[in-house]
Design a protein around this ligand. Structure first.
Ligand code: ATP
Length: 216
């Protein structure tokens, strides 16, 4: 089957990485097959939700047999594009950018960091896991020469829009945006926002609600 055959709903796609993670754990435990009920208990998702989600990919489950774990893991991996290597650059080598550049696990998933860029000359040449920090002035030429699919944006809000434009002009089609700004990009450019402070605010909200309940 091909991914293009059928468009998968956004809600399902949002859940796929979690399925992928759980299936990976099952493989590590040497588990070759699992029923939707067992997976449901592990993931705390209803079994019918699991069946519905996984049926999107051509019914890997068989009545009375369950799901073939390695097969499903591989297929979901393909759907997520994890069977390919992606080259990624990081723009903004501040605390967050450096943390991303230092995070080895992305590479294990096929996301190879091929360049780290910043505007601050003090950072020039400082090596992060073998990547010397480059200056922004080198970016256009770098993107002409190198095959880069993804740019992670870890710059302050004030420069994010301008950099996104520069990235788009230089052919970048996927931006992993950590800047606290909703980017305005052409339709064919994919943006995945990771707004850490918004996530923290949701946590704070839930904590506040829980504390209020306790007080009552
Ligand atoms: P972080 O927010 O990632 O923890 P920080 O607090 O060290 O980092 P920020 O002010 O958020 O610093 O900036 C992140 C990085 O982005 C800095 O290293 C800064 O030099 C860089 N930066 C700022 N403007 C630009 C720009 N126009 N182009 C490239 N890099 C930039």
């Amino acid at each position: 089957f091909a991914v293009e055959e059928k468009s998968i709903s956004k809600a399902v796609i949002k859940r796929l990485p979690r399925y992928y993670r759980y299936l990976g754990e099952l493989i590590e435990e040497g588990i070759e097959r699992i029923s939707s009920n067992e997976l449901s208990a592990k993931m705390r998702v209803t079994a019918s939700q699991i069946r519905q989600d996984l049926n999107n990919f051509g019914g890997f489950g068989q009545q009375g047999y369950g799901y073939n774990v390695p097969y499903l893991y591989e297929e979901i991996g393909k759907i997520l594009g994890l069977d390919k290597t992606h080259h990624m650059i990081i723009i903004g080598a501040g605390n967050l950018g450096q943390a991303l550049a230092n995070y080895v696990k992305f590479e294990k998933r096929g996301f190879k960091i091929v360049g780290v860029f910043d505007i601050n000359p003090v950072l020039k040449g400082i090596s992060i896991r073998g990547n010397g920090i480059r200056m922004m002035s080198e970016l256009p030429e770098f993107l002409q020469k190198e095959d880069v699919q993804i740019a992670a944006l870890t710059v302050p809000k004030s420069s994010a829009a301008e950099i996104a434009e520069l990235l788009v002009q230089n052919g970048i089609k996927a931006i992993w945006n950590f800047a606290h700004l909703d980017l305005n990009v052409p339709k064919d450019v994919i943006v995945e926002n990771v707004h850490l402070s918004e996530s923290l605010m949701r946590l704070s909200y839930n904590l506040t609600v829980a504390e209020q309940k306790e007080e009552k």
